[in-house]
Every structure is written in C-alpha cells, then in structure tokens.
Design a protein. Structure first.
Length: 163
C-alpha cells in the first residue's frame, strides 16, 4: 500500500473517529436535555412501574401493586407520577377504580402540568362523570396543554365544550 493511500485512510479514520466522538457527545447531551432520566433511582422506579403499565386492565392489581402505584403517584419525580397514573388508567376492578379516581383527583392539583394531564386521562378512561366539577377549573389553567386536555376529557365524558 502506498504512503499516500495510508495517509488518506488514516485521515478518513481520524475524521470518522472525531465525528463519532462529537456525535456521541451530542447524543448524550440530547438524551439528558430531552427529559430522558438516567439516574439509578429513576430507572429502578421506572422498572417497577413498567410491568404494571402493561397490565392495561387485563387483571386487577394485587394489593402490593396498588400500594406501590399509590406511593409512586405521590413521588417527587413528575415522570414517576405520570407513569403511575398511566398504569391506573385502565383499572377495571370496582374498588381499585375508586382508588384510581381518588388518586387522579389529588393529582389534578399537581404543580406539574403534565401530571395534571395524566390525571385527567385517568378520569376520562374511568368514565367518572361525577367528577366533572373538578375538571371544569382546569379549562382556565395557565398551561395551554392542560386547558386542551380538560376539553378532551369533558368531551370523552359526553359534554360539549365550545372554543
């Protein structure tokens, strides 16, 4: 192999290596800044909730699972609270349904708008029309996404909402 050819190959490899390093660094930054959580505590909690999210009403939660979801619905991490509410959406057992609605009603006052949205989704999925009065104030929420979700929730519960 000629020295020029070796130089070209080494240059290409070096450029590709530098490009890969830059890409990986940017990729890591994007992961952290996009809301992906990488800390071990979050990952452990996520791994506990994920199987419960997949149940989707196929069976009732065990008492231990329900206690875990109640606890995680009050977790300091908003993403964990959202995951817990997501798992509670499709509860079919009548007693657990009431517990899921109670938890969701508490989360309607959550400081994080995304958690309020997940709470409304639980109420809508459970067809809890009796709690419309708790949804109505969210039509005036400062966060536009919450106002939109409140409209969708009311519509899913059979109410007409004008713009």
């Amino acid at each position: 192999m000629s020295p020029v050819r070796k130089l070209v190959i080494l240059s290409l490899l070096g450029t590709a290596g530098v490009g890969a390093m830059i890409w990986l660094r940017l990729g890591w930054h994007q992961l952290r800044s996009s809301g992906q959580r990488l800390d071990p505590t979050y990952l452990a909690k996520r791994d506990l909730i994920a199987p419960l999210q997949r149940i989707r009403g196929q069976r009732p939660f065990t008492s231990q699972e329900m206690e875990l979801l109640k606890k995680f619905a009050r977790d300091p991490d908003k993403f964990i609270r959202c995951r817990a509410l997501s798992a509670l959406r499709d509860v079919r057992d009548p007693q657990q349904r009431q517990e899921a609605i109670k938890i969701a009603l508490e989360r309607l006052k959550d400081p994080e708008w995304v958690v309020r949205n997940y709470a409304m989704r639980v109420i809508a999925a459970q067809g809890a029309k009796e709690y419309v009065s708790q949804i109505l104030p969210l039509l005036n929420d400062p966060q536009p996404e919450v106002r939109e979700e409140a409209k969708k929730t009311l519509q899913k519960l059979g109410y007409q909402v004008s713009e």
